[in-house]
Design a protein around this ligand. Structure first.
Ligand SMILES: CC(C)(COP(=O)(O)OP(=O)(O)OC[C@H]1O[C@@H](n2cnc3c(N)ncnc32)[C@H](O)[C@@H]1OP(=O)(O)O)[C@@H](O)C(=O)NCCC(=O)NCCS
Length: 168
Protein backbone atom coordinates (compact mmCIF):
# COMPACT_ATOMS: atom_id res chain seq x y z
CA UNK A 1 0.00 0.00 0.00
CA UNK A 2 1.26 3.47 -0.86
CA UNK A 3 2.35 5.55 2.15
CA UNK A 4 1.23 8.97 0.90
CA UNK A 5 3.22 11.94 2.14
CA UNK A 6 0.86 14.45 3.76
CA UNK A 7 2.08 17.98 4.25
CA UNK A 8 0.62 21.15 5.69
CA UNK A 9 1.72 24.75 5.36
CA UNK A 10 0.87 27.01 8.30
CA UNK A 11 -0.51 30.06 6.50
CA UNK A 12 -0.77 32.07 9.70
CA UNK A 13 2.99 31.80 10.22
CA UNK A 14 4.08 31.72 6.57
CA UNK A 15 6.44 34.54 5.54
CA UNK A 16 6.48 35.05 1.79
CA UNK A 17 9.48 37.44 1.86
CA UNK A 18 12.21 34.88 1.03
CA UNK A 19 10.20 33.67 -1.95
CA UNK A 20 9.38 37.03 -3.53
CA UNK A 21 12.39 36.79 -5.90
CA UNK A 22 10.56 33.90 -7.61
CA UNK A 23 7.72 36.27 -8.52
CA UNK A 24 10.26 38.78 -9.87
CA UNK A 25 12.02 36.04 -11.83
CA UNK A 26 8.75 34.97 -13.43
CA UNK A 27 8.02 38.54 -14.48
CA UNK A 28 11.56 38.98 -15.79
CA UNK A 29 11.17 35.79 -17.83
CA UNK A 30 7.99 37.12 -19.39
CA UNK A 31 5.70 34.82 -17.45
CA UNK A 32 2.48 36.35 -16.12
CA UNK A 33 0.61 34.76 -13.24
CA UNK A 34 -3.14 34.99 -13.52
CA UNK A 35 -6.19 32.92 -12.65
CA UNK A 36 -8.88 31.12 -14.57
CA UNK A 37 -11.34 33.67 -13.20
CA UNK A 38 -9.35 36.51 -14.74
CA UNK A 39 -8.70 34.67 -18.00
CA UNK A 40 -12.38 33.79 -18.37
CA UNK A 41 -13.42 30.40 -17.09
CA UNK A 42 -15.24 29.30 -20.23
CA UNK A 43 -15.38 25.82 -21.77
CA UNK A 44 -12.41 26.21 -24.17
CA UNK A 45 -10.17 27.58 -21.41
CA UNK A 46 -11.34 24.89 -19.01
CA UNK A 47 -10.31 22.27 -21.58
CA UNK A 48 -6.97 24.02 -21.90
CA UNK A 49 -6.49 23.89 -18.14
CA UNK A 50 -7.39 20.20 -18.14
CA UNK A 51 -4.87 19.51 -20.91
CA UNK A 52 -2.13 21.35 -19.02
CA UNK A 53 -3.05 19.51 -15.82
CA UNK A 54 -2.86 16.15 -17.61
CA UNK A 55 0.44 17.02 -19.26
CA UNK A 56 2.07 17.94 -15.94
CA UNK A 57 0.44 15.06 -14.09
CA UNK A 58 2.12 12.66 -16.51
CA UNK A 59 5.28 13.21 -14.43
CA UNK A 60 3.53 12.67 -11.09
CA UNK A 61 4.05 9.07 -9.96
CA UNK A 62 0.94 9.46 -7.80
CA UNK A 63 -1.40 10.69 -10.50
CA UNK A 64 -4.21 8.36 -11.47
CA UNK A 65 -4.93 9.72 -14.91
CA UNK A 66 -7.59 7.08 -15.43
CA UNK A 67 -9.60 8.85 -12.75
CA UNK A 68 -9.89 11.73 -15.18
CA UNK A 69 -8.59 15.25 -14.88
CA UNK A 70 -11.83 16.78 -16.22
CA UNK A 71 -13.74 15.44 -13.24
CA UNK A 72 -11.38 17.20 -10.88
CA UNK A 73 -11.71 20.46 -12.80
CA UNK A 74 -15.49 20.10 -12.67
CA UNK A 75 -15.71 19.14 -9.01
CA UNK A 76 -17.88 21.29 -6.77
CA UNK A 77 -14.72 22.38 -4.94
CA UNK A 78 -13.17 23.82 -8.13
CA UNK A 79 -12.92 27.61 -7.87
CA UNK A 80 -11.65 29.63 -10.84
CA UNK A 81 -10.29 32.25 -8.42
CA UNK A 82 -8.10 29.55 -6.90
CA UNK A 83 -6.82 28.21 -10.22
CA UNK A 84 -3.53 29.99 -10.89
CA UNK A 85 -2.22 29.81 -14.45
CA UNK A 86 1.26 30.84 -15.60
CA UNK A 87 1.09 32.35 -19.06
CA UNK A 88 4.08 32.95 -21.30
CA UNK A 89 3.01 34.67 -24.49
CA UNK A 90 0.56 32.33 -26.15
CA UNK A 91 1.55 29.41 -23.96
CA UNK A 92 0.22 28.19 -20.64
CA UNK A 93 3.27 26.87 -18.85
CA UNK A 94 2.06 26.12 -15.32
CA UNK A 95 -0.90 25.75 -13.02
CA UNK A 96 -1.57 25.66 -9.30
CA UNK A 97 -5.13 24.74 -8.42
CA UNK A 98 -6.30 25.12 -4.83
CA UNK A 99 -9.69 24.31 -3.38
CA UNK A 100 -11.20 25.43 -0.10
CA UNK A 101 -12.45 22.80 2.30
CA UNK A 102 -14.09 24.74 5.12
CA UNK A 103 -15.69 21.66 6.66
CA UNK A 104 -12.28 20.00 6.96
CA UNK A 105 -10.73 23.29 8.09
CA UNK A 106 -8.08 23.67 5.42
CA UNK A 107 -7.35 24.69 1.87
CA UNK A 108 -6.11 21.87 -0.35
CA UNK A 109 -3.54 21.98 -3.12
CA UNK A 110 -5.19 19.93 -5.82
CA UNK A 111 -2.39 20.20 -8.36
CA UNK A 112 0.70 22.24 -9.03
CA UNK A 113 2.50 21.59 -12.28
CA UNK A 114 4.99 23.22 -14.60
CA UNK A 115 5.67 22.09 -18.16
CA UNK A 116 8.97 20.19 -18.29
CA UNK A 117 10.84 22.84 -20.30
CA UNK A 118 10.11 25.54 -17.69
CA UNK A 119 10.95 23.62 -14.53
CA UNK A 120 13.73 24.47 -12.12
CA UNK A 121 13.29 28.26 -12.35
CA UNK A 122 11.12 28.93 -9.32
CA UNK A 123 7.87 29.03 -11.24
CA UNK A 124 6.12 26.54 -8.97
CA UNK A 125 7.11 28.58 -5.93
CA UNK A 126 5.78 31.74 -7.59
CA UNK A 127 2.43 30.09 -8.30
CA UNK A 128 2.22 28.67 -4.79
CA UNK A 129 2.70 32.18 -3.41
CA UNK A 130 -0.37 33.26 -5.35
CA UNK A 131 -2.22 30.22 -4.01
CA UNK A 132 -1.20 31.08 -0.46
CA UNK A 133 -2.37 34.67 -0.86
CA UNK A 134 -5.72 33.50 -2.19
CA UNK A 135 -6.28 30.91 0.55
CA UNK A 136 -5.36 33.49 3.19
CA UNK A 137 -7.70 36.05 1.63
CA UNK A 138 -10.47 33.49 2.11
CA UNK A 139 -9.64 33.13 5.78
CA UNK A 140 -7.75 29.84 5.68
CA UNK A 141 -4.77 29.23 7.93
CA UNK A 142 -3.75 25.80 6.66
CA UNK A 143 -2.85 24.57 3.17
CA UNK A 144 -2.58 20.83 2.77
CA UNK A 145 -1.19 18.65 0.02
CA UNK A 146 -0.47 14.98 -0.35
CA UNK A 147 2.03 13.28 -2.54
CA UNK A 148 3.22 9.94 -3.76
CA UNK A 149 6.43 9.13 -1.84
CA UNK A 150 8.36 8.93 -5.13
CA UNK A 151 7.39 12.46 -6.14
CA UNK A 152 10.58 14.11 -4.91
CA UNK A 153 9.95 17.34 -6.82
CA UNK A 154 6.51 17.98 -5.34
CA UNK A 155 7.59 16.98 -1.84
CA UNK A 156 10.72 19.13 -2.19
CA UNK A 157 8.64 22.09 -3.35
CA UNK A 158 6.34 21.97 -0.34
CA UNK A 159 9.16 21.36 2.13
CA UNK A 160 11.01 24.31 0.61
CA UNK A 161 7.99 26.50 1.39
CA UNK A 162 8.05 25.25 4.97
CA UNK A 163 5.31 22.64 4.99
CA UNK A 164 5.45 19.99 7.69
CA UNK A 165 3.53 16.85 8.56
CA UNK A 166 0.08 17.83 9.86
CA UNK A 167 -0.86 16.86 13.35
CA UNK A 168 -3.47 14.07 13.31
C1 LIG B 1 6.71 19.76 -8.77
C2 LIG B 1 6.90 20.80 -9.87
C3 LIG B 1 5.59 21.57 -10.01
C4 LIG B 1 8.02 21.78 -9.48
O1 LIG B 1 8.05 22.82 -10.45
P1 LIG B 1 9.33 23.78 -10.64
O2 LIG B 1 8.88 25.04 -11.29
O3 LIG B 1 10.43 23.03 -11.29
O4 LIG B 1 9.74 24.08 -9.13
P2 LIG B 1 10.63 25.29 -8.61
O5 LIG B 1 11.67 25.65 -9.62
O6 LIG B 1 9.72 26.39 -8.16
O7 LIG B 1 11.37 24.63 -7.36
C5 LIG B 1 11.07 24.99 -6.05
C6 LIG B 1 11.67 24.00 -5.09
O8 LIG B 1 11.08 22.72 -5.26
C7 LIG B 1 12.06 21.71 -4.99
N1 LIG B 1 12.25 20.89 -6.19
C8 LIG B 1 11.92 21.20 -7.46
N2 LIG B 1 12.24 20.18 -8.28
C9 LIG B 1 12.79 19.23 -7.50
C10 LIG B 1 13.30 17.94 -7.76
N3 LIG B 1 13.30 17.42 -9.02
N4 LIG B 1 13.75 17.21 -6.73
C11 LIG B 1 13.73 17.69 -5.46
N5 LIG B 1 13.25 18.92 -5.15
C12 LIG B 1 12.80 19.67 -6.16
C13 LIG B 1 13.33 22.42 -4.59
O9 LIG B 1 13.34 22.60 -3.19
C14 LIG B 1 13.15 23.78 -5.26
O10 LIG B 1 13.82 24.79 -4.62
P3 LIG B 1 15.36 25.12 -5.00
O11 LIG B 1 15.38 25.32 -6.48
O12 LIG B 1 15.65 26.35 -4.22
O13 LIG B 1 16.13 23.95 -4.59
C15 LIG B 1 7.28 20.15 -11.23
O14 LIG B 1 8.38 19.29 -11.03
C16 LIG B 1 6.16 19.36 -11.87
O15 LIG B 1 5.35 19.92 -12.62
N6 LIG B 1 6.09 18.04 -11.61
C17 LIG B 1 5.06 17.19 -12.21
C18 LIG B 1 3.67 17.47 -11.64
C19 LIG B 1 3.57 17.06 -10.18
O16 LIG B 1 4.05 16.02 -9.77
N7 LIG B 1 2.89 17.90 -9.42
C20 LIG B 1 2.62 17.67 -8.00
C21 LIG B 1 1.42 16.85 -7.86
S1 LIG B 1 1.09 16.47 -6.13
Amino acid sequence: MTAWVRLELDLAAFDETPFLPCLDAATAAGVALTTMARLGDDAPRRRRLEALWARCAADDPGADLSAGVPERCRAASYDPDGAVVAVEGEHWVGLSVTSLRPLEGYAFGEMTGVVPERRGRGLAVAMKLEAVRWARSRGHTRLRTFHHPDNAAAIGLNLRLGATAPSP
